[in-house]
Design a protein around this ligand. Sequence first.
Ligand code: PGA
Length: 261
Amino acid sequence: MRRPLVIGNWKMNGDRDQCQRLIASINSGYTSTEGDVDIVVCPPSVYLREVHDQLRQQSSVLNLGGQNVSDQISGAYTGELSAGMLKDAGCTYVLIGHSERRSLFGEDNVVIARKVLATLDAGMIPVLCVGETLSEFELGQTQAVVLKQVMDVAAIVGIKRFDRVVIAYEPVWAIGTGKVATPDYAQEMHRYIRGQLSAKDGLVGESVRILYGGSVTAENSGSLFKQTDIDGALVGGASLSADQFVSICAIANRVQLRIAS
Ligand code: PGA
């Protein structure tokens, strides 16, 4: 059974006070203790250590994630953060290859694969983000694009190590647009990705967690989480609202408890 995972990606939003308030509100709002859901927040990197300390002080169940990582171990890479540094700051997860990194910062599948490797080598869990753009969707290229994004990375990282990788399927046309994919569409893509990984390695296909991302809210998360191959969500905008984020985590928890019973 795959353990559900909900990740909040705060992107470049908020300041120190807002980060502290958001964490405090999530901690007091999320009271569910019986569930089997992993929850991660990804604040801007300059606040990671403070958020980490706050999570400790408040005995929080939340985990900490980085929004990006360098593919290099150390050296003259001004402005970059290594996987070791993120680990030192308390991260256990790292988002890699988010569509904003691909489109705005020119990250390609080779760099992304190296970032996945650096993250695995540092003992953290990489969250590999994939997804088609609107024009690729309209041209009917969705499966080919997503398959290449996954398999180019698997070829470099090695399929066996994918059992530690989380995949986030995020159609780019759904990110920040309010146009969430239908549960059926998302399920079909998740099943496709899992099937392709299973063809390479049955155990990996069965165990890899595949999250949906793109305009997830408390209102639409339940119908997404009920799909067999959707193991949780990568949440952007709605993760900046404690009420929304807590509700999404609680819904993942409830769906999980129902499936498990
Ligand atoms: P969104 O962002 O939930 O605001 O659409 C998702 C993401 O960028 O991961």
